[in-house]
Design a protein. Structure first.
Length: 88
């Protein structure tokens, strides 16, 4: 992508990791990116496997005080945000 004031990305039908890596690279280049329709992102594999992986992820917390985090967001936009944050 070339440099614009703001890039709007339609997330519908894209794989989570592949989209996140492209968006993360644009952010590292200094581009401002807006992702829309993040609720329609696809996660590869079966739905059962994805649910098991996310349930396992939700179980992780601080033993001494679970309110200290990590916090597990349920909203699709926040799941995308966390995936991108891990790549930046």
């Amino acid at each position: 992508m070339s440099f614009h004031q703001q890039v709007v990305v339609d997330c519908r039908g894209h794989l989570l990791g592949r989209l996140a890596s492209i968006v993360a690279k644009e952010l590292l280049n200094g581009q401002q990116v807006v992702c829309v329709r993040s609720e329609d992102i696809n996660i590869s594999g079966s739905l059962y496997r994805a649910k098991l992986k996310y349930a396992n992820f939700k179980r992780k917390h601080t033993n001494s005080n679970p309110r200290h985090g990590p916090f597990h967001q349920r909203a699709p936009a926040k799941i995308l945000w966390r995936t991108i944050r891990g790549m930046v």
